[in-house]
Ligand binder design. Sequence first.
Ligand code: TXA
Ligand code: MG
Length: 334
Amino acid sequence: MAQSRIYRPWRPVTVSAVIEMVSPKTIARAADLLKSGALVAFPTETVYGLGADATSDDAVAGIFEAKQRPTFNPLIVHVTDTKAAAEIVNFTVSAQRLADAFWPGPLSLVLPRKAGSTVSLLASAGLDTIAVRVPDQTTAQAILAASGIPVAAPSANASGKISPTLASHVAESLGDAVALIVDDGPCPIGVESTVVDCSGETPVLLRPGGITLEQIEAVIGALIQATDNNVAPSSPGMLESHYAPNAVLRLNATSVDTGEALLSFGPHRLTGFTTERNLSPAGDLREAAANLFAMMRELDASENAIAVMQIPDQGIGRAINDRLRRAAAPRNAS
Ligand code: TXA
Ligand code: MG
């Protein structure tokens, strides 16, 4: 039987959600919608977030429903500053140091829930800790300030899929579920915040991200690494599938097979592909992180298989490799 090759052209996107370019009026509307319990997608320096009032069980339930996210996976709560964070969690010494060094910025701190914290238990998946983050993005800050509430916001994509770095990505993946998508162009960092659990005696790196391991260790010393980076090369089956494109991803490629698109990094001499995206022709890891998700989406739309060149596993390269390994991991049933 002849092998049929599925052709997947760019889909015309039918969007019912309102995308609005950022303006004072849009920020006020976003804040009002959040206060009324609606879902609002907004930009941060890392990725677009799907925001809801973190103090409302109903609003938070809307996030889990829209993303089809398992309710045992807790959300990050966004606030304007350390003072606002201290109203919902108890700071430890290491957390205070990290907040002083990196907030506002792409770092989420997991800390013990403060007695009397108004944050919905659903947001923290019933845990006695809450992940808090102070974003370094003007529009995100303006929306948080105007709403005056802590805002739970996971990445604004369907659970397990590629995170959005453009407003149009949000519209494609969650358009129907959100009341408003605030557009402020591409997210400059491009990978999610680093998540550090500071609730125990020794801080634990739960997710590599925009603030590098090297930067964190320079402030608080050695961390325990709970990421599966160390098991990934030998047992990819251990990895949770996440950031999953439809196409099959092949990592550390040194050649390109027939039918594969190429996701490259830096200068190279590979041949044999028709479609290529270069994360950073100059070999700059920051630029590569900023381009990662948008380029994965583009290649996913044009080919069924993607060969990915090796990315140096240092600095923000660790976050890139974490996302690529999860994108290449065997898919969950869900
Ligand atoms: O950059 C970011 O962090 C983006 C933007 C929108 O701020 N948000 C984001 O959220 O990536 P999300 O939900 O996609 O990822 C949250 C991560 C998950 O891995 C979750 O398991 C972990 O943080 N997390 C949240 N609360 C936690 C807690 N109390 N204890 C341990 N891990 C937690
Ligand atoms: Mg996510």
